[in-house]
Design a protein around this ligand. Structure first.
Ligand code: AMP
Length: 193
């Protein structure tokens, strides 16, 4: 089963993806994680995207589609893929459809996690505080100004994907406001339904 978790920054996509990896043998493909890894390892691409990411803007479609293509060509996800933070634009959504069909696969469902803006800000501010309390650096884009840019990018560039996948008959929306296990249960109900 191949699924997309769609939702604004702070919606809990990464947290829920981790549970699905543990419980269903799925593979999480997070372009945000891949880009952060590229930065840490100091690759040329990592250097190019650093400023864009810290500002909270989207990196180019070409870069993220390339990252996903590499993973899909490598294969090795018996339980299927969880796309987390990808696609974020209509061009990426089209490219994903094409990449999947080239590798003989389909997209099974798209789950939109709905969370109110105030709660998103609260979660992101908390995530930064928790990192610092644990002696780790907070994400450079987990600050109020970048978050505003990230939210704007979500509504402007990623929002249209909701209509796109609805039109394809693939979209289900769940309430992402509850506790982690409540959201996990709602997610499971969709996947098993
Ligand atoms: P995330 O960890 O998903 O919140 O992503 C962190 C940052 O990485 C985003 O704010 C973007 O700058 C960049 N990024 C991650 N995924 C994508 C994507 N699919 N398209 C464009 N930029 C992305």
């Amino acid at each position: 089963m191949n699924i997309i978790l769609l939702g604004p920054p702070g919606a809990g996509k990464g947290t829920q993806a981790q549970t699905l990896v543990d419980q269903r043998n799925m593979m999480q493909l997070s372009t945000g994680d891949m880009l952060r890894e590229a930065r840490t390892s100091g690759t040329e691409m990592g250097k190019i995207v650093a400023d864009v990411m810290d500002r909270g803007d989207l990196v180019t479609d070409e870069i993220v589609i390339g990252l996903i293509r590499e993973k899909l060509e490598a294969g090795g996800a018996p339980g299927g893929y969880i796309f987390d933070g990808f696609p974020r634009t209509l061009a990426q959504a089209d490219a994903l459809g094409q990449l999947l069909s080239e590798t003989g696969q389909t997209l099974d469902t798209v789950i939109e996690m709905r969370v109110e803006d105030d709660a998103l800000v609260h979660r992101i501010v908390n995530r930064a505080a928790e990192a610092v309390a644990a002696g780790k650096p907070a994400r450079a884009d987990d600050n109020e100004e970048s978050l505003r840019t990230r939210l704007f990018a979500y509504y402007k560039q990623t929002g249209p994907l909701i209509g796109y996948y609805h039109a394809k008959g693939l979209l289900t929306s769940i309430d992402g406001m509850g506790q982690i296990d409540e959201v996990a249960a709602a997610l499971s109900a969709v996947l098993d339904g």
